[in-house]
Design a protein. Structure first.
Length: 63
């Protein structure tokens, strides 16, 4: 498994992002679910730990 390398100025180095609440949560201020994944302390949903890869977007047909 390849290790994720974040840009030096990436917010994901110090924060997680909750797409449901739309807020950035500092690492250490989050909760952890039974599988060890970070979850939002407000809504309880999984946090985004890395940015989306724009090169892996789903291809759509424009018919």
């Amino acid at each position: 498994m390849a290790k994720l390398v974040l840009a030096e100025n990436s917010r994901y180095r110090w924060y997680y992002y909750c797409p449901w609440c739309g807020i950035w949560i500092r690492k250490g201020e989050h909760k952890v679910n039974g599988k060890g994944l970070p979850i939002c302390p407000i809504c309880g949903r999984k946090l985004r730990t890395k940015p989306h890869d724009k090169h892996k977007r789903r291809k759509t047909s424009h018919e």
